[in-house]
Design a protein around this ligand. Structure first.
Ligand SMILES: Nc1ncnc2c1ncn2[C@@H]1O[C@H](COP(=O)(O)OP(=O)(O)OP(=O)(O)O)[C@@H](O)[C@H]1O
Ligand SMILES: [Mg+2]
Length: 186
């Protein structure tokens, strides 16, 4: 059985892609944000987030995923156990527009754009799983269907997956100026 962990900065398209992927291929879908709600420990009012018992979530998921193929998506899915960790990467300028449309506050937009430029999900994924399991897809200008096909080929074709090894996406080179003026530009 195969478990795919789909991760990336909020807004890159994880939910859209994972739902489509599970409808095309023989994979069950889990939205980890929803799933984790059963394991909330407390509310952190300063950070405006819920604190979740991630070890418990991980244990539960380990049991559930034993007998089927799963695609698990969330910006924290890379903290779970899995066979492949796929990080979706999106051009920060396009991501910024998506987050503005969502009505995110300026502070939250800045945090997320910085996280995308600085490869936060990718780096965390490598820290947790090592280099061998982690792949990144630049989804900029790709359709959801094309992204699903990329994911399928990554998990099933050893040669194809090589071009998705970490290191191909380098937003900082492209957006050094945007990064340094981010707070002024929004
Ligand atoms: N490949 C794509 N091309 C064009 N639009 C896309 C694509 N993927 C996602 N979108 C759009 O971008 C928006 C964000 O997508 P989605 O909600 O799937 O992101 P997410 O990564 O799940 O975000 P979050 O982490 O906040 O849950 C949606 O409006 C979706 O329709
Ligand atoms: Mg989502």
């Amino acid at each position: 059985m195969t478990t795919i962990l789909l991760t990336g900065t909020p807004g890159v398209g994880k939910t859209s892609v994972a739902k489509r992927f599970s409808s095309i291929y023989n994979y069950k879908y889990i939205n980890l944000n929803e799933f984790s709600k059963k394991y909330i420990i407390k509310y952190d009012s300063e950070r405006e987030t819920y604190i979740v018992d991630l070890d418990k979530v991980k244990d539960e998921l380990r049991k559930i995923t034993e007998n089927n193929n799963y695609i698990i998506e969330s910006h924290i899915s890379h903290f779970m156990d899995g066979d492949f960790v796929i990080v979706l990467r999106l051009d920060p300028k396009i991501l910024m527009e998506r987050l503005k449309i969502r009505g995110y506050k300026k502070k939250k937009i800045v945090e997320n754009i910085e996280a995308e430029i600085l490869d936060v999900c990718l780096v965390e994924s490598i820290e947790v799983h090592g280099l061998n399991k982690v792949y990144e897809i630049d989804v900029t200008n790709k359709t959801i269907q094309e992204i699903c096909e990329d994911i399928f080929r990554i998990i099933s074709d050893k040669n194809y997956r090589k071009k998705f090894k970490p290191g191909n996406v380098r937003w900082l080179e492209k957006y050094y100026n945007l990064m340094s003026n981010l707070r002024k530009n929004i």
